[in-house]
Design a binder for this molecule. Structure first.
Ligand code: ADP
Length: 234
């Protein structure tokens, strides 16, 4: 469970989030909002990449700042531009990086790398160079890197940006499997295609505030108010 309490954050004195509160459990949440509404600023606090100016973020009851390693283990993050997220040049080394940093033994690291790659259909491709992968494969690799930490929550920032439709479908299918395994999913996106039946909640952000927190059905009328397009067939 992630609990955000009265969270405030400013860049150079410019407030972006001002007293935002939210609880995220074992569910599929879509976080939607126009550019600049504070989505990325919010999710970067969920595992301590940014520190709140005011209020707090608790992961399983513990403030993120008190135990950043536990927060980063429990809350996996997949960024918008996976390329900037990779730390190694080959697939296997990249996925192993997180578990290595947890100080796990080699056997456990190998087990996690195998499981994470297999979860995104990249098994057996450990030795391939990341720069030779397609965009869709890179997006899946970024997810595998987060999965190797065995997170309770997976937060994905615009995971479909730059992906063609088959690749988007494939990523969605993998997220379905994770959700079925009890991983809480938070998808930050403008592209709501195929999310209506998956999402438990749609949270709309506007100017750093929660404009609404509704079921996908109920969000249909609220989305245009925050300038997010409701896709055909939603
Ligand atoms: P979103 O993810 O919804 O597009 P962001 O959280 O990226 O929104 O940005 C919210 C606001 O904070 C915007 O006005 C943006 O210009 C500003 N902002 C984001 N990152 C920085 C930064 N590193 N320095 C200064 N301002 C920033």
């Amino acid at each position: 469970m992630i609990t955000v309490e009265n969270l405030s954050y400013s860049y150079d004195g410019d407030p972006v989030l001002d007293g935002l509160s939210l609880a995220l459990g074992d569910e599929w949440v879509v976080l939607a909002g126009p550019n600049g509404s504070g989505k990325t600023t919010l999710i970067r606090q969920l595992n301590g990449l940014l520190e709140p100016d005011g209020g707090s973020v608790l992961v399983d009851g513990t403030p993120v700042q008190d135990d950043p390693v536990a927060a980063r283990t429990a809350v996996g993050m997949v960024f918008q531009s996976p390329r900037s997220q990779f730390v190694a040049s080959t697939v296997g080394a990249d996925v192993a990086f997180g578990p290595e940093n947890l100080g796990l033994d080699h056997e456990e690291i190998d087990r996690r790398v195998d499981a994470a790659l297999s979860a995104v259909n990249l098994d057996g491709r450990e030795d391939e160079r990341i720069d030779a992968l397609s965009g869709g494969e890179r997006a899946r690799l970024a997810i595998a890197g987060a999965l190797a930490m065995e997170p309770e929550h997976l937060v994905l920032d615009e995971p479909f940006a730059g992906l063609d439709w088959p690749a988007q479908r494939s990523v969605l299918g993998h997220l379905d499997d994770l959700a079925a395994d009890g991983v809480g999913i938070v998808v930050v996106t403008h592209d709501l295609r195929d999310l209506r039946t998956r999402a438990d909640r749609v949270i709309g952000l506007r100017d750093g505030e929660i404009a609404f927190d509704l079921s996908p059905e109920a969000a249909t009328e609220a989305l245009p108010d925050i300038d997010v397009r409701v896709p055909d067939g939603w």
